[in-house]
Design a protein around this ligand. Structure first.
Ligand code: ATR
Length: 290
């Protein structure tokens, strides 16, 4: 007889703040649709208490976690093993607990690629705006899977773009260039086939700002991809649509990185009806226009 057979499996998201996180809604729907005895909650941890709270959590009975801002890098020293891709990106957003060991993964990079999977060979020239944590996952995905001819990283702080470019050169053979948004035009590399905004410009207090004018660096078939999903239609995407360009917001990536995490925990993909409902219903609920 196994006393753990009917025990509820516990999962949670670790971050701060977490009031607006939709991850519980996403994963609980998937657990529910499968009829699994599992629950996904929120574990908001004040950044000052992170180093004390994590060792305590490691003694408790958890099956897995997602890790979000501002802890994707701070979690690394607490993990017992880190998968190669996550190590290369330098950030973990998914933890699987196996026999008490915390195993770290990154599903942001594959989540980013899933909505554009069919088009990957067409992206020969890519522009990534930003050089922070999100840009690391995106540029890593591009270098590893898309292998464009040219990858341009444009960041306000050029030093940060240069440092990221240097790291990426170890993982691929594509030409990697850097610029600031202001100097981008002078590089003469445009037009790009794919332009991705990974910065926080377009959300919160920065909702009325643009890093660059998308149409300036695009051709008629360029895909404009903004990782922001709140608001669903950023100023960047509004300008792109106004210029007749194709757009995608960060909402599908949010769902797909969650599904990749679910696969790591359970070995199963989301049920087709779960995926459909999440992409449609939750997308609409968020007011998705992308
Ligand atoms: P994340 O993990 O979400 O990527 P981050 O590591 O803090 O967060 O990175 C934020 C990114 O947005 C950076 O590329 C940042 O540019 P800097 O490296 O110059 O700071 C960019 N960013 C934030 N605010 C910006 C602004 N007002 N204009 C242009 N870029 C901005």
């Amino acid at each position: 007889m196994n006393s753990t057979e009917n025990k509820m499996e516990r999962y949670a998201i670790l971050g701060f703040p977490l009031e607006h996180s939709v991850s519980p809604k996403i994963h609980n729907r998937a657990f529910n649709d499968y009829g699994m005895n599992a629950h996904y909650g929120r574990k908001a941890i004040h950044p000052d208490e992170f180093d004390q709270v994590i060792p305590r959590l490691k003694k408790e009975d958890w099956r897995g976690f997602n890790v979000t801002i501002p802890f994707k890098e701070r979690i690394l020293p607490f993990l017992d093993w880190i998968e190669e891709t996550a190590k290369a990106i330098g950030a973990v957003n998914t933890i699987k607990v196996e026999n008490g060991r915390w195993l770290g993964f990154n599903t942001d990079w594959s989540g980013f690629l899933r909505p554009i999977q069919e088009e990957l060979p067409e992206f020969r020239r890519c522009l990534v705006l930003g050089a922070g944590g999100a840009a690391r996952a995106v540029t890593f995905a591009l270098v590893k899977e898309v292998k464009p001819e040219v990858l341009m990283i444009a960041n306000r702080t050029k030093k940060r773009a240069d440092a990221l470019a240097n790291e990426l050169r170890k993982f691929g053979t594509c030409e990697i260039k850097t610029a600031t948004p202001d100097s981008l035009e002078k590089t003469g590399v445009q037009p790009f086939d794919l332009i991705v905004n990974t910065t926080s410009v377009g959300m919160g207090d920065l909702k009325d700002q643009l890093v660059v004018e998308p149409a300036h660096f695009a051709h008629a078939n360029t895909l404009i991809y903004d990782l922001v999903y709140k608001p669903p239609l950023t100023l960047f995407l509004q300008h792109a649509q106004h210029a007749g360009l194709r757009t995608i917001n960060g909402f599908p990536m949010l769902i797909y990185q969650a599904e990749e995490a679910f696969k790591i925990w359970t070995g199963k993909p989301y049920l087709p009806e779960t995926l459909k409902a999440l992409l449609q219903e939750l997308g609409l609920e968020q007011g998705s226009g992308g």
